[in-house]
Design a protein around this ligand. Structure first.
Ligand code: UDP
Length: 160
């Protein structure tokens, strides 16, 4: 598997993967988990959670001014999501490579082997999330898996 550069240290990295509501409701969870494990990731932790609007808006805060934000929040709260910490060397880049481009419709043409091509529909409903950098991964893992659950994290954030 030669998609991504490595510093050769063999050190494990963690990234956050989410199977979004359309992936969970479409029964893609087992197929996606199979791809994850066959690609050499260790699933360090996982949980199924129903995001509320505040959780989803906080998670996607960087997109709050975008025209697609309201629709994105509606989509992300439309049913349960499966949140996973994925671990392997170069996990961030490898997981982004595996999921494919944001637009699942285009992914079906340009990246037919990708997870988004397998289970996504379009630019919004793309069935999976992956952290886009090491820094994002650390923030996103803490968002879901620090001792404080998301509701509490959101409340603290609001109080700052
Ligand atoms: N999204 C959307 N319309 C857009 C761009 C993004 O609905 O024009 C949604 C899509 O579900 C995407 C998420 O917002 O996964 C976050 O967007 P980002 O650009 O961070 O893409 P990603 O990192 O998920 O590929």
């Amino acid at each position: 598997f030669r998609c991504c550069s490595s510093n050769g240290s063999g050190e494990k990295e963690r990234t956050l993967g989410i199977i979004k509501p359309d992936g969970v409701s479409g029964n893609y969870t087992d197929r996606i988990r199979k791809v994850i494990l066959e690609s050499g990731f260790h699933i360090n932790k996982e949980m199924i959670i129903q995001l509320d609007e505040d959780n989803a808006a906080d998670f996607y805060a960087e997109h709050s001014s975008k025209s697609f934000f309201t629709s994105l929040i509606k989509y992300m709260t439309s049913g349960p999501v499966l949140v996973m910490i994925l671990e392997k060397e170069d996990a961030v880049a490898h997981w982004r490579h595996l999921i494919g481009p944001t637009d699942a419709g285009k992914a079906k043409i340009t990246h037919p082997q990708s997870i988004r091509a397998m289970c996504g529909v379009d630019l919004e409903k793309n069935c999976v999330h992956g952290s886009d950098s090491h820094q994002s991964a650390q923030r996103e893992i803490a968002f879901f898996f620090k001792e404080t659950p998301p509701d509490e994290a959101v409340r603290k954030h609001d109080e700052l």
